[in-house]
Design a protein around this ligand. Structure first.
Ligand SMILES: [Zn+2]
Length: 295
């Protein structure tokens, strides 16, 4: 019940956000930013922004707004709210057009399809969709405004655990029914498609999965929602975030993946970091800091 309650809360915040004019997803203009990764062409696609008030409802659960404000101020950021990106990632090469997550979808004015157009592509050219997890800001874009599959020719890759979790949520019934014929579940830890290896990153959701994208010795890992704020989630990886469905596993996974990334100096894509969400993780004190940049 806890899981579905939290999920419902997220859905409600989306529905109410425009009316409240403050907390929750807010529209942003489409954007596409490309760079090479070996033989792949990688493009960050903007979908929206998500503005979260600094009231411990999401960040620093069990802490105080003053503690969160201190972390934000130290990074030179506004202290009354936390602004997150909502982005997807496009990878082209080896004859494939691969989309990693799909944004909020047109019902809440998500811009992934418009951003895809800026990259010169239409939805029916997408051959593969890789889902990190089944929260609305990652799978909402799988449906068109009239309830059809947005990417009708794509194979939709998702971990078996996440597909089971997603299918069990009554609120997903319409979406699950439409995409079921396209979904190809996998067990995390192996190669999902040439140049794409899945990485189990459980905690945020039961089947939350990252993707290690590689070509010609170049690597980029899409960490999904292992970290949400480029400031707070890195400086204070052990603080709880309301969006994690398992706080204990979420904390452990966050610290483990950030430790690995800081040691390996891998390129990272994080869908909720400031657009285009690409950079590296570095150690700072007993936490980490984000260094934006691109390969
Ligand atoms: Zn998310």
């Amino acid at each position: 019940m806890l899981i579905s309650h939290r999920f419902l809360g997220v859905i409600l915040s989306v529905a109410l956000a425009p009316a409240l004019g403050y907390a929750g997803p807010v529209p942003a203009p489409p954007a596409a930013k490309s760079f090479p990764l070996g033989a792949f062409k990688v493009t960050a696609l903007r979908d929206a922004l998500n503005v979260v008030p600094n009231d411990n409802s999401v960040f620093g659960v069990g802490r105080t707004p003053a503690e969160v404000a201190q972390v934000l101020a130290a990074a030179g950021a506004p202290t009354d709210k936390i602004t997150l990106g909502v982005d997807a990632l496009l990878v082209q090469g080896r004859g494939r057009v691969m989309l990693f997550d799909t944004g909020l979808g047109p019902r809440v004015r998500g811009q992934v399809v418009a951003s895809l157009a800026l990259a010169g592509l239409t939805p029916d050219q997408v051959t593969d969709v890789f889902i990190t997890h089944s929260h609305f800001d990652h799978v909402g874009g799988l449906l068109t405004l009239d309830g059809h599959s947005t990417f009708p020719k794509a194979v939709i890759h998702m971990s078996s655990e996440e597909w089971g979790f997603m299918s069990a949520q009554p609120s997903n019934a319409d979406l699950v029914k439409v995409i079921a014929v396209q979904v190809k579940p996998f067990l995390p830890g192996g190669v999902v498609s040439p140049g794409v290896r899945s990485v189990a990153l459980v905690g945020h959701t039961p089947g939350h999965t990252g993707y290690d994208i590689s070509s010609g010795g170049a690597h980029l890992i899409d960490i999904g929602d292992s970290a949400h704020s480029a400031i707070i989630s890195l400086a204070k990886p052990d603080w709880d975030i309301e969006y994690d469905q398992d706080f204990t596993a979420g904390r452990a996974t966050r610290r483990a993946i950030l430790t690995r990334l800081a040691a390996s100096h891998e390129w990272v894509f994080a869908p909720h970091f400031p657009f285009p969400g690409v950079g590296k993780v570095e150690v700072k004190g007993d936490g980490f800091v984000w260094a934006p940049g691109k390969p």
